[in-house]
Design a protein around this ligand. Sequence first.
Ligand code: BMA
Length: 970
Amino acid sequence: MLDSRVCTGLPVTRKSLDPAEPGDVVGSQHWGRRTGNLTFEGRRGLKRFGNPWANPSCLIRSVGLGRDCSKQETVKPHVEPSSGRAPFQFVWAEPDHGFESEVLLRPATSSAMWFLLLHLGLTATLTRAELLLSLNGPYWTVAGSNGTVSVPATVPGGIYTDLRTAGVLDGDPFYRFNDVLYRWVARDNWTYARTFAINADTFLTKRQVTLVFHGLDTVAEVFVNNVSVGVTNNMFTRYAFPVKRLLRAGDNNSVEVRFLSPITAAEQAYRVQSAAGHTVPPRCVPVEYNGECHVNHLRKMQASFGWDWGPAFPSVGIWKSVEIIAYDAVVVRDVTIRYDWGNSTLTLGVHLELGNGSSGAIRGKLEAVLGSNPQVGVSRQVIVESGKEGEYLGVLVLPVPANIELWWPIGLGEQYLYNLTIRFVGADVDERSVKKIRYGFRKVSLIQDKLTPKGLTFYLKVNGVAMFAKGSNWIPAHILPELSVDERTYKNLLTAARDANMNMLRVWGGGVYEDDSFYQLCDELGLIIWQDAMFACSMYPASEGFLASVEREVRQQVRRLQHHASVVVWAGNNENEAALRQNWYETAANFSLYRRDYVSLYVDTVRAAFTKEDPSGMFVTSSPSNGDGTEKEGFVASNPQSPFYGDTHYYNYLADGWNANVYSMSRFASEYGFQSLPSFSTLHSVMNTKWDLGTTSNWSIHRQHHLGGYMEMKMQISRHMHYPEDDSTSSGFQRLCYLSQVNQAMATKVETEHYRRSRGVLDSLGQGMTMGALYWQLNDVWQAPSWSSLEFGGRWKLLHYFAARFFAPLSVSAYLTPDDRVEVHIVSDRLETFEVTLVVHVYNWGELGIPKDEVMLNVSIDALSSQQVLSLNLDELLTKCSNEVNARHHCFLHFYLLHGSQDAGPDNFIFLAPLKDSALRHASVRVVERHGPFRRKGGVGSYYSLEVATDAIAPFVWLEDVDPPRSLLR
Ligand code: BMA
């Protein structure tokens, strides 16, 4: 029963980033592959005790058929002298048994090694792990309800991807109107099925055999060997079904997942909910979304029914891994961690699974080892008894060495991460379960202290440092959840965030809780995460069943994510407090009813589950909210957007976005932004340039989900620049793409600079002390007008280049007051006082390279501060620049900072009149030299170095890669 598609095999790579340890499963392969090539790395630093890795061996263990195919090979390390790292390569040939194998790593026996382990009171165990039979891979079929469509399927995956691969959907789902044309897919019910073999001698002798789905999207019934084992209705929870009694020895076992159309499921849930006269609005997404209704009744990615930046692709499928696990002892599922600075201890909450219907207690040893130098460990005998849902919580307290290095957000220090291994070793059974994580020591608090004359502060203190949060809002990396968890895409987008000097991202509540690898990357990159629970822009049911499902979801997600150094703040929802208070969905007539539901869901359920799992964690019930202020007002504040408390979402598309004086104050601006079109190179692959150009074409209207979006864009652009005479010509449309990005970049720059400056402001009303600026939105899910700074496929919009500058650690910015004063500020995120020379140059638009006047000032900039350093009278400043009456149309101001003779940060500028009225000269801009490509260190792709020349002052020049790697355009 070999499948020819997998015979050639993919290279096996080790997923975890940790060095391998004795007893580790360092690789595994699916049935059908007979050779493997595995590279892994051994632990270093144990030299003192002899190197147990001098001669390690690998043991191939086959699971699935019970035949003992084990064999042992010695693997030769190749030690890199410079790093001391010891990568091993192991090539094996597999007996032709056609099932799953795993490769275990064995150290050469070394008495010193045993001494070390005994010294730590640990068991170096070579006992077997729980058995795991992965049901992932291309071995599935999926069929529609009337049997006319039946195609091969892959798990993890989803129906749109499978139908596309099979050629049933013959076009790019994002091409023109395909999102709507392909909607029939989501209206059908789909059944995923496969067969698999079970080894009776290994699997079926185990005490517990469980079928585990890490993510089912969404409403489904699961059958094993034609017997129903359960139903699912929450895409964000893991489902585990006991299946031992249903499995048979041999290869004729089947699993089937029958999905109900999400559109039907949402409609049904809505009807049930409304039957008792209690409707939960909104009834549908706005008509501009071309979306579907009632997604708020499903625990599913809310944006998959349409959003103001995304298409509706109501997804269906097994979007995460599936496996059968079999064990006699327990499975270490998660670990939650509390770091007690005072006592220098880590308290580990080890979440063990015993499985349902477990009889009696399981005895064993719980161990934890921290890969610090020196390595520390703790070990404790436990008697595990089954609690709710077959779970048990074991607690370990681990002493932390004094020399531990802290984890810092990027920009404030290094991102030290330590290996932490947690094991359960059975006492009565020869079995162990291991969990490995990377842990960063940091102390974080959300400071909400009283401010005079009014309100509370709202900022993060990390390792004692008040951190200004700079960043953006993260939406899923793809509208199809199965494609959103791609590690390469994560790396591309998150590295771009880091490269733009961001230190924080908010994972927005209308998407998904991201994959472990996302948070792992954020840990490594030093990006702080604000994690919303997955509720957005809606009222939600508060029925018993709904709340129970949410409680389970939050419990599982908090346990999974809590240990990440990057995950710092949680919020109950996106904008639902504001929606309720401001009557977005006509709930005012029944305010107290909806408020009661609101409190039941976000306070009594989400917050309660969160606090239970992470008592010292930080949680706000909504974003935006007034934080503690919201709590004081019974969780629905009279103004959840108050400038005196918490966080705000502020959008004003009508005022002049380039004028700093139009922006309001905020303690923490967690959303604000402006739309733009992506580059023409990104758009043209999904349009027909014969019909679709121009903002009034059917295609452009179809693509624009934000009511009035083009009108606002036109208004904003026209204030400062010449809107194309006809945006339906090819050049006019391309010009619009460019101008919309210029406008977006400028407006977001001006607004962000306003928030960064406001760190140092506390006005007479009590407004100011802003400590966060996260613009909306970082990334995109398709090629359309949106607020993103990164296009679908990863290309940078102008805004992203601007962000790298306006988020720089040391930044000079200026603005013109209504009474014509130029106020110049310097903002510093540095940890020490810094001496700089501020240079202000006055330029005439007509004269390239020669400032007409100059002001210089030496200043000492306090650590972590925003300081106003200059206030200049504009008319006086322009006297040498131009003697025209309208001098400000001929001149602009340029600012930069020097430290000694070196640049101390990015330069900056302000315009003094709308550009369309200014005396710009026509510039001829050319690339004169090109070097590269060079490999990007620690990032994705390569880069070039180009020399660009101009013969006149040319604002807003950026380079666009018109042919990005296809791999990034999935
Ligand atoms: C905010 C977000 C999103 C939305 C964005 C732009 O309110 O929370 O729901 O996409 O505005 O309108």
